[in-house]
Design a protein around this ligand. Structure first.
Ligand SMILES: [Zn+2]
Length: 73
């Protein structure tokens, strides 16, 4: 059995999408726990239309935030 932190450390891409919460893999974009024991489940998750939509929204939000900050300074 693999722990969530091992799953994260094995794939640097996953570190962008997930963080650890109570030893579980927590999706930053959907704000929910993703089953981490099977890599295929994680891979399926990051290709879900709902996930990709949220990711786009977050990334758009981050871009908007960066533009706002650079306007201030
Ligand atoms: Zn998600």
């Amino acid at each position: 059995m693999i722990t969530a932190s091992e799953r994260l450390s094995k794939d640097s891409n996953f570190q962008i999408y997930f963080h650890l919460e109570n030893k579980k893999l927590y999706c930053k974009f959907c704000n929910h726990v993703v089953e981490h024991e099977h890599k295929s489940v994680v891979k399926v998750h990051i290709n879900l239309p709902t996930y990709l939509k949220k990711k786009r929204e977050v990334e758009a939000g981050i871009k908007a935030l960066q533009i706002t900050i650079s306007n201030i300074y």
